[in-house]
Design a protein around this ligand. Structure first.
Ligand code: GDP
Ligand code: GDP
Length: 434
């Protein structure tokens, strides 16, 4: 976990966005997806993903950094392995920067000084201005122009522990890793306890398993699964405590470790902002997704119809994800839920051949050729598989940058239909030349 700290307007969000942007535009800024502005995952170095937290600006009005923002910043800094203290190279050092510096020193955390907005400035002169801060590691960047970000990354990654909180759950072939996610009170514990209860194996009651164990094995209808850490795996605490403990970090960690994310919604409450945030994180990760609409038992015919049409509207940004209505309390809908999990998993991990992907590409292009854009037509030559989870297709050709967004979407839908892919995003990578 890396925390961004600094006064307002120095460019923390710009740095946050530069580090957490998804390189492949899996997620567009579609209405309905709330991007979490405070937590995200940096995957620019695929082998070393890390969590990033933007603490928000400290304005200095908080009486010696004691206000709510400061409290939030303090807890983020407390959780962080490394702090990036961001300052504005244009404005130079300010009194508020010095306050923050003093406070960071006292916190005892390791931190780097990131001097932003160095575009168009004489770098050495700017860095010289901050020399009196006496920070041993100073990194100039221009986040708005994506400059210095790679260098920043190169210096950050070696500082991070290989595995701390982010426990990696080992892969066991044949055992699908599922995470049940959702905001407090949607019914995660009820569902998980029911699933485990059926197998008489309640996590916390088995000697030797810790209450906080990150994953637990279960079987259902003779098939093995691994349930990944969620609040649901913990023994039920008081409701207030559960609300307080809703940790985005834990959710991100569970998403990292699962193959299929089951996001639970409450039928009576629709899609709340917090739900949309959780969904946004799953989409960002490229994981397979099933949406479980819980508490279906409590609904009459009218509210059910309402719920269905509202969900269709609000979830249009992930049409490909199957929705299953369940009642964790009564155990209904679970057969359907597990079928959907299997379909999503099968789609996400399917292995394709170059022959079939190239054929799919040809048929797609023949039935609907790419449009002429400013006198150019993209020429797509062949496609080959580029990995699973999510299924990735690499398309080679010429003038591919002229492919419009709507054509890319057409290709995606075409491949989805042709290969009957459900419950998983699909990724296309376009490569110029052969
Ligand atoms: P935050 O309040 O610290 O999160 O700051 P923001 O990321 O919102 O940035 C504040 C302002 O600085 C915005 O108008 C950005 O466009 C601008 N800004 C951010 N990074 C740079 C940069 O590298 N160079 C320049 N010139 N402006 C930047
Ligand atoms: P969590 O915070 O997501 O783990 O939610 P819980 O499993 O603790 O459930 C929150 C509340 O919703 C509890 O009072 C449950 O009894 C209730 N609940 C959970 N699932 C259902 C369901 O399918 N139907 C109804 N009517 N209530 C449910």
């Amino acid at each position: 976990m890396v925390a961004l700290v600094g006064r307002p307007n120095v460019g923390k969000s710009t740095i946050f966005n530069a580090l957490t942007r998804s390189r492949d535009a899996l997620v567009h800024d579609e209405p309905g997806v709330t991007r979490d502005r405070n937590y995200g995952i940096c995957r620019l170095d695929e082998d070393h993903p890390f969590a990033l937290c933007d603490t928000g600006g400290m304005s200095g009005d908080e009486e010696g950094l004691a206000g709510a923002t400061a409290r939030q910043a303090r807890s983020a800094v407390g959780e962080a392995d490394l702090v990036l203290f961001v300052v504005d190279g244009r404005e130079g050092p300010s009194a508020l920067d010095e306050n923050i510096l003093h406070w960071l020193r006292k916190s005892g955390r390791r931190f780097f000084l990131v001097v932003n907005k160095t575009d168009g400035l004489e770098e050495q002169a700017v860095l010289g201005e901050f020399a009196r801060f006496g920070v041993d590691r100073v990194i100039p960047v221009s986040a708005a122009h994506q400059r210095g970000i790679d260098d920043l990354l190169e210096q950050v990654i070696p500082e991070l522990p290989a595995e701390r909180d982010v426990e990696i759950v080992p892969d066991e072939p044949g055992r699908i890793r599922i995470a049940f996610l959702g905001r407090p009170n949607v019914g995660k514990s009820t569902l998980v306890n029911r699933l485990l209860g059926e197998e008489r194996m309640i996590a916390s009651d088995v000697p030797g398993t810790t209450r906080d164990s990150i994953a637990v094995d279960m079987e259902r209808d003779g098939r093995p699964y691994k349930l990944i850490d969620t609040a649901g795996l913990r023994r039920r605490a008081k409701v207030e405590e559960a609300v307080e403990k809703f940790s985005v970090f834990k959710t991100l960690q569970a998403i990292e470790n699962c193959q299929v994310a089951v996001v639970m919604l409450d039928a009576g409450e629709g899609v709340t902002e917090q739900d949309a945030t959780v969904l946004g994180h799953v989409l960002n990760s490229g994981r397979a997704l099933v949406i479980a609409v819980n508490k279906w038992d409590g609904q009459d015919k009218y509210t059910r119809e309402q719920a269905v049409s509202m969900l269709e509207r609000k979830l249009s940004f992930c049409e490909w994800a199957e929705r299953v209505t369940i009642s964790a309390k009564h155990g209904t809908g679970l057969k359907e839920l597990f079928k959907a999990i299997h379909r999503a998993h099968a789609s996400a991990t399917h292995e394709f051949s170059t022959a079939e992907t190239t054929k799919a590409l040809q048929v797609a292009v023949e039935s609907f050729p790419p449009p002429v854009v400013r006198g150019h037509v993209a020429k797509m030559k062949f496609a080959h598989p580029g990995g699973a989870n999510p299924p990735t297709f690499i398309v080679h050709g010429n003038r591919l940058t002229s492919l419009t967004e709507s054509y890319r979407r057409y290709l995606e839908n075409f491949f989805r239909k042709r290969f009957k892919l459900v419950g998983t995003p699909i990724k296309f990578v376009f490569k110029e030349g052969d």
